[in-house]
Each structure stands twice: as C-alpha cells, then as structure tokens.
Ligand binder design. Sequence first.
Ligand SMILES: [Zn+2]
Length: 469
Amino acid sequence: MAPGVRAGLGTDSLNPDRFFDSDPAIRSVARALYEETRALPIVSPHGHVDARLLAENAPFPEPTSLIVQPDHYILRLLYANGVQLDALLNGDPRHVWQVFAEHYYLFRGTPTGAWLDHELHEVFGVRERLSADTAARVYDAIRERLQSPEFRPRALFERFNIEVLATTDAASDMLEHHCAIRESGWKGRVIPTFRPDALFRIASRGWAGALDALGRADGEPVRDYLGFVRALADRRAYFKSLGATATDHAVLEPYTGALEGEEAERLFHQACQGEVTPADERRFTAHLLMEMARLSLEDGLTMQIHPGSLRDHNRLVSERFGPDRGGDIPVATEFTRNLRPLLNAYGNDPRLTLVVFTLDESTYSRELAPLAGHYPAMRLGPPWWFFDSMEGMRRFREQTTETAGIYKTAGFNDDTRAFCSIPARHDLARRIDANYLAGLVARHVIDENDARPMARALAYDLAKQTYHL
Ligand SMILES: [Zn+2]
C-alpha cells in the first residue's frame, strides 16, 4: 500500500481525502470547500466538558481517564461486546488501556473510530496503529506528552482554536469554575448553559432536593409556584451574567401546553407534598417549557429542546453505575402536535431562537424541516448523539435542506464530554458538510460561489448566530 493511504482503523496515517465521495468530480470540490473551513475557529455552543478542567488547568494525569473513561460512546460499545464496565471504570488505568486497545477493532466504521484516530494522530502525535501489541507504547507516549505544558487544558484549548466553549450546568449550580476562569485573567471563553431539567421532574425522587438547592442558590426557600418561576428567572440572569447565551431542556417528549388558572400552583403544592403522578409531571413540564420560551423572549437566551431519549434503559447498569453509562436509547418522537402550543404562543416572534433536536430521524423531512421552514423562531439542531456520524450528518442534510434550507439549521454541536475529541468532531462535521455541498455543486444545484459561504456558515457562522455568540 502506498505511503499516506489510509490502511484502516488505528492507522499510522490519516488520508487527507477521508470521508469524501469517491467520485472525483465531487471529491475535488469537497476538498476545496473543506480547505476553506478547516482552519476556522471552533465554536462549541453545546457540550459537557467540565469547566473545572479549565479553571484548575492541572495536567491530565494519564491517557485512560482522559480518553476512555469519560467517553460514553466508547464505554457503551465495549460493554455491548462483553467487556465489564466495572473493570473499565475502576481498573488499573494501564490495564484498562490495554483492554481498550485490544478491542479497538470494534470501532471500525463508526464515528467514534474516526474521532479516536484523529485524536491519537493529530492531538497526541501517535504514529502507529493502536493494537494489543502497541498499547503499552502508545500509552507511555501519550502519558509523557500529558506532562508537558503544551498539553495542559488551557494550552490545548488554544491549540484547538476554540473561540467559545459552552458547558451544561444545573439551575442551582453556583458556577464557581466559570467565575474562577474569568477571575484568572486567562482569555479563553468558557460559558455556562442553563439546564433546569431536575426541577421539571416533579414526580421524581430527586425533585425535593433540586428545589432545596434552587432556594439555596437563589438566597431564599422556594415556597410557591410564582416564587419558583421567579427563582428560575433569577438563576437565568445569574447564568447570563457569567456569559450564558442558551438554555437546554432534555425531555422525553416535546409536549408543550399552558396550564389554566391556578393549576400550576396546585401541582406545585402537590409536588411539595410528594403527591404527583407521572401524568402530572408531563403537564407541569409542558407548562414550564412554555414559561421558558416566555422568559427566553425576555432575556434573549436561546432555547434548546432535546427530546426523545429514554434514559437509563438498562436498569442493572444504571442502578450500579449511575446515569450516562450508555443505557439511554432513542424513542419515536412527535413534534408537530406537541410543539404547536409553544410555537403558536411564541414561534412567530423572530426575537426568540428555539433550537429543536431529535433522535428520531424519521421526523427530519416529515415534521422538523416543515416546522423550521415556517416558524421564524425555530431552528433545527444538528444531528446528535447516535447521528453526528458520517452517514447521520449526510442524512440530516439530505432530508432537511430542500424544505428548510441550511440557514434554518444551527451549525454543528460537538456535545461531548471528552475534551480532546472536540477538534476531531468538528473536523468530521466540516468534511461531511463540504462533501454534501460538493455533491450539490456536481449536480449543478448550486455553484461553487454559493457553496463557499454555505460551507463557512455550516462550520462557523450559523452556530454563532443561533447561539448569539
Ligand atoms: Zn448535550
């Protein structure tokens, strides 16, 4: 095989044309478009990196706790292939790395494999295939690099060319790490995102604790529904004072609807007594989403709705290892009827930005593109979780562009907990979008003069606009 030709997963080199179409007419345009977006700064308006990393700026201790253990994409596929989670999460780091390397072949053909290849090669300069035989050597090489100043979190943030990084934070979070970053004088822009989900789940065991925490954060206990909404508004203002530009709401279904009269107050008091059902919670959440849209119109925070994930599907795993361990599975989702009350109340106002995500790909062309292609307030969130993949991103563009155009989409979100995977994820998205546009150019749907600003919009401008960054 010729030098420079990609030889498979974990290879010692990355093919410069990776993920582009094999048709030379498309590939050459894709290459040119990608070349124009490749070096643009990274705008990361939605993710789950811990702000503490950048506040403390301590060296990462070793490769396993940096690359393997925080990445639920990696953990779930290892677990699905029979590797014990306990061993992965609690084992000796060097041994866990060996197990990871022995199972690296499992990621062939997956975006996780593409991200890992990029990360090992571009971020850590690894120039040999990761395998059982090379595991120890690669581990030592990365560990050594992590000790040097260039691999401290802030240095990597700068090298990754991150213009802004948003974290995701609970409503009662005091955001001390965000404060510390600001006070440190370091110029990196790390902003919080207001995610009050725990307060919406009035039928869950954790609700009373979340309500107490909200009261403590706000300075006085929350005693009634009006006080509850006031406290939420106060917390939004606090987040905004530390740079937040968005809220995020994970719900099982995007059901919205205002409660009549005293109903919200009544449900709130019942919840305080521990006397609410899941059906009550569903109505209360629907009402709170309306309230969040109303508050977004007032304070200008972009509102994100992330429906359609059945959390903790695997009882055994979630009871033993807690949330985010790969037991979250998509469910079919209905948007057209569920979002109608919210869109009728607020969707005609272009001052509101509502970003709607889905884990149900069948809704792209049937529901989401028509809704975003009509309501001024609504935008389509990028494909996420199982679908920010090579084929997933292509399907999204193919099924939404003709109805909504690209300018009612939100650019790319990396949505990652794995800090060092950020550049890999953005690079893959830029390649896929460049390739999609190149296909349109090759068929003369658009020409290259159209495609160039479109590629830039997808890689950079749309995320900035959508999230007011
Ligand atoms: Zn997320």
